[in-house]
Design a protein around this ligand. Sequence first.
Ligand SMILES: [Zn+2]
Length: 108
Amino acid sequence: MNGQTLTCAYCGHEYPQDTPAAGSQVLTEHIKVCEQHPMRKATSDITRLRSALVRLIGTDTETELRQMEANIRLAHASEVDKAVSINAIHALLATLPSNFHAARAQHP
Ligand SMILES: [Zn+2]
């Protein structure tokens, strides 16, 4: 009965009357689609960095990335050079779109 409407701090979206300020499914659902939420920039930054790294490494599938890592480990190259390439491959594996969405789904 305080007459105040809860709004999104980023876009001003008005939540239904009596929406609690935390813990509500309504809030969680809006954050997923809010165009102004910082998560949108984080997600698009990850996508952009990932696509640049994919072009550098040359592949984007889990199978090919794992095969490439195996080949690098067997290659006659310095351990430092191998580590640089393997780190890049691990970054791509960790941010595979399937893994990325699964990880987010676990922390709604
Ligand atoms: Zn919003």
